[in-house]
Design a protein around this ligand. Structure first.
Ligand code: B3K
Ligand code: ZN
Length: 880
């Protein structure tokens, strides 16, 4: 397989002004006719004689230039494409291709999901539909006609506005769509099916009415309102916060069951994985409600950050993804609890992105090379990319950032641009020099910050010394320092912020109590004056940069911060740091076979939180969760999986036993009957607190809690409470009630795929019910289907990523199981296969015996014949 390099980028030699497509869909296959108005690019870097078009798995039926059929000497079929020999400067190319959507299991290009046709073209799926210049810097105006059976496919959709429709003979009909906006082909979409539409409407800030239309299979018609409400909220938010208005008269959303990822921002026709868009209270959990809100917003926001301004090439993917994740995170923060949203995002970043960046697939936010671009839809591109945009926001402040985004959209509307163009607009609008800052885009790895500080009582000064370094994946250290926005405050011993005075003649009264320090050198000293008493520093507030920070706090200071920190994120983080230390201490004793004890101070801290009258419930619900096993593994040099698992459980159970009455009270206090289900963040926090308490009580085998859980399971009026009680039972040692609950749940919900996905992942992700044998049995259950990505994620994904002790069983069988399935999926769906293999690529974190077992499975995969580019890239880079 060939590696593609950013440094080899060349402007396209040809452009396509108009793209006219005609689809004839039937059960036997599809015929695609294209008419492409092509001309030479006046700004091209090269001027080849021939035209090269991308095409994969296409059968070429006819080809003509300017109405004249091409003979065999006029073109040549090449690997993954077509060469049209010796073309003019301006011409009309017509192609007819045949494709087989019903045999397409990779779910890229045009394929069938249950009874409907749908497409997925990003990144390089359009080349599976017809021959084309399948690259994002070729933008074209699309007109699409779809012909299909009228009864089987009454609904025929594509991008833009519907301009014509009519009946044809033999019970067939057609619809023509025209998209007035030029776009790259990765934003093309087509849907055909027997679907219902649920309609709504939105009036934009300039008073234009936009039709909002969601298309679903008939059984899902009562699962649309949350997505539509989220859409309207997103449209309003983007007008208010970014001044961005929607630009077509109709916005459509379609739900499909078979989808490789969450959703896709096709112009005017977003396609969603059913699990990321369909919800009603009795089938979707609070977490799903929040995920839907975020994803609907994300895809909608792409209309500007991605579609109106798109990427020049796929190395710039984070231009649209990082920025859009930043935008959707801000939206969710505005709609819900800002602190909790930040906690969730940082948790994901520190657990999974940091692990990625320390592993074999580590890459910069703007990668320099790739083999298969699908492998680069990563946490680094998305989450770290969003952090990088967030750092620009923190360096510029809200107002200048808005000036920057206005300039970016104005300057580049209708263009395909680079991350440099984005930063340049931010710099030009703000006047802030971002030259050094750009390193964040080009260097991989997570910087480490060491903090040192000193208080001088006599001089009343506080000196903060920061140093930074960045281990790269190759093991060497990146020498050049990053420009890090380091948010900082000083707290007095009542937990109040102290005014920060950096030079003597500053006016005391106007001194800020929080600063974003420009930390730009390898080592840098900041001094603060007039500090009367020894303060406690509040470091990297709100996690102002994606870095590791070495803990400098004593346990007593962490305890103080857990109840007094004025930054909500840092308050939570103090609790995490303390819990990490204590779990590690217990894990060490466990590994040595010593007696296990839990530092009483942690228990008292949790007691304090539980009885606190003032703490915000949303924050409290996060503070009561111990760091996950995955995060504890990520923090370890070499992880002892069993010790981590037992230590974490021991700490959890010790806390639960000691705080039994407080937890029971917490359960009861948050139980009160609600009038109707509401997914607002306060209601979510209450349910979450109640269910955390229930889970903790059940994990210690409390008989009273068993009754509570069984009652809740039997009477729950929403899926959050129903599944939380199921999870609590599944993770308990009450074997009979657990099995009974699983059975009841399946019998009740087997007709609902979104609920069945939850049922599968709850079992497979739990060490209690998800033994390897049980997981294998589930794979022959009627509920499982290896061709459906959601089912694969719920079973294999949940087992390998959440059921950590079972997956990492020292007998190596978990690893072999994963490899077996990667090999199977490599043929069916390479994108899913290559996603799934991730846990095996993390071998460096484990003991030598496990390392050898994991590598052996990676080698086994690599030895397979016909390995896809997707799997080849990840596996070959992971083998030492
Ligand atoms: N842009 C799509 C992701 C496409 C993934 C292609 N393998 C969804 C999103 O980020 O909004
Ligand atoms: Zn996106």
């Amino acid at each position: 397989p060939r590696t593609i390099f950013l440094k080899d980028y060349k402007k396209p030699p040809f452009l396509i002004d108009e793209t006219v497509l005609h689809f004839d869909l039937s059960e036997q296959g599809a015929t695609v006719k294209s008419r492409l108005s092509i001309r030479r690019n006046p700004d091209a870097d090269t001027a080849p004689q021939d035209l090269y078009l991308d095409g994969v798995d296409l059968e070429l039926a006819a080809i003509a230039i300017d109405g004249v059929e091409l003979s065999g000497s006029g073109y040549e079929l090449i690997a993954e494409g077509l060469r049209v020999i010796d073309v003019a400067d301006n011409f009309l190319l017509e192609c007819e291709t045949r494709i087989k959507p019903h045999e397409n299991t990779c779910l890229e290009g045009l394929y069938k999901s249950s009874s409907m046709f749908c497409t997925q073209c990003e990144a390089e799926g359009f080349r599976r539909i017809t021959y084309y210049l399948d690259r994002p810097d070729v933008m074209s105006r699309f007109t699409t006609t779809i012909v299909a059976d009228k009864n089987l496919y009454p609904i025929l959709l594509s991008n833009g506005n519907q301009v014509e429709r009519g009946d044809l003979d033999a019970d067939r009909h057609f619809v023509t769509w025209e998209d007035p906006f030029r776009k790259p082909c990765y934003l093309f979409a087509l849907v055909a099916g027997d679907l219902l539409n649920i309609d709504d409407e939105y009036t934009t800030m300039s008073g234009r009415k936009v039709a909002l239309r969601m298309f679903v299979e008939p059984q899902n018609k009562d699962k649309c309102s949350h997505a539509l409400n989220s859409l309207k909220a997103s449209m309003k938010w983007d007008e208010e916060v970014y001044g961005r208005e929607y630009d077509l008269d109709i916005f459509m959303i379609v739900a499909v069951d078979d989808f490789n990822m969450g959703a896709m921002e096709n112009k005017g026709l977003n396609i969603f994985n059913s699990s990321c868009v369909l919800a009603k209270p009795d089938t979707a959990t609070d977490a799903t409600y929040q995920r839907i809100e975020a994803i609907v917003a994300h895809e909608y926001f792409h209309n500007w950050s991605g579609n109106r301004v798109t990427c020049r090439d796929w190395f710039q993917l984070s231009l649209k993804e990082g920025f859009t994740v930043f935008r959707d995170a801000e939206f969710s923060a505005d709609m819900n609890s800002r602190t909790v949203k930040r906690i969730e995002d940082v948790n994901l970043l520190r657990t999974a992105q940091f692990a990625e960046d320390a592993g074999p697939m580590s890459h910069p936010v703007r990668p320099a090379s790739f083999i298969e671009i699908s492998n680069f839809y990563t946490l680094t591109i998305y989450e770290k990319g969003a952090e990088v945009v967030g750092m620009i926001y923190r360096l510029l402040g809200a107002e200048l950032f808005r000036k920057g985004s206005d300039l970016y959209f104005e300057r580049h509307d209708g263009q395909a641009v680079t991350t440099d163009d984005f930063v340049q607009a931010m710099q030009d609008a703000s006047g802030k020099d971002l030259t050094q800052f750009k390193r964040w885009y080009d260097l991989a790895g997570t910087p480490v910050i060491a903090v040192d500080y000193e208080y001088d009582q006599d001089g009343q000064t506080f000196t903060l010394k920061l140093s930074q370094s960045c281990p790269s994946t190759a093991g060497d250290v990146v020498e050049k320092p990053f420009h890090i926005p380091f948010s900082f405050a000083l707290l007095d011993n009542n937990g109040c912020n102290i005014p920060l005075i950096q030079d003597d003649d500053a006016v005391f009264a106007n001194a800020p109590t929080e600063l974003v320090l420009d930390f730009v050198k390898t080592e840098q000293i900041f001094t603060f004056q007039h500090i009367e008493k020894r303060p406690i520093p509040s470091l990297l507030r709100g996690f102002s940069a994606p870095v590791r920070i070495k803990n400098t706090y004593s346990r007593d200071e962490l305890l103080f911060l857990m109840s007094n920190e004025t930054d909500g994120f840092n308050r939570w983080d103090a609790g995490q740091k303390l819990a990490v230390e204590i779990i590690r201490e217990v894990a060490e004793s466990y590994a040595q076979g010593a007696e296990l004890t839990v530092d009483q101070r942690l228990i008292e801290a949790y007691r304090g939180l539980l009885v606190s009258e003032s703490i915000d419930k949303a924050l409290l619900s996060k503070m009561l969760l111990l760091p996950t096993e995955s995060y504890l593994i990520e923090l370890s040099e070499t992880a002892n999986v069993d010790a981590i698992h037992h230590a974490r459980n021991f700490v959890r159970d010790t806390v639960a036993k000691a705080l039994k009455s407080e937890l029971l009270k917490c359960y009861q206090d948050n139980l009160e009957a609600e009038t109707a289900y509401s997914a607002d963040f306060r209601s979510i926090a209450k349910r979450s607190l109640k269910n955390i308490a229930l889970g903790l009580l059940l994990s210690i085998g409390d008989a009273e809690a068993l009754t509570l859980a069984e009652t809740q399971f039997a009477t729950a009026e929403n899926m959050t409470d129903e599944s939380a009680s199921l999870i609590a039972l599944v993770n308990s040692d009450f074997i009979a009630p657990r099995e009974a609950a699983l059975e009841t749940f399946y019998a009740k919900w087997k007709a609902d795929p979104q609920v069945v996905e939850q049922w599968l992942s709850i079992q497979c992700g739990s060490v209690k019910s998800g033994s390897l044998e049980a997981v294998k049995r589930l794979m022959s259950h009627e509920a499982f289907d290896i061709k459906n990505p959601n089912k694969v994620r719920s079973v294999i994904g949940a087992f390998c990523n959440q059921n950590i002790v079972s997956f990492h069983n020292a007998n190596g069988q978990g690893y072999a199981f994963l490899a077996d399935n990667v090999i199977k999926l490599n043929k069916l769906n390479p994108q899913i296969a290559s996603r799934l293999v991730t846990p095996l690529t993390r071998w460096k974190k484990f003991d030598e015996q496990r390392q050898a077992l994991m590598q052996a499975q990676l080698k086994r995969i690599l030895d397979e014949e016909n390995l896809s580019k997707d799997v080849y890239e990840v596996v070959s880079k992971s083998i030492k």
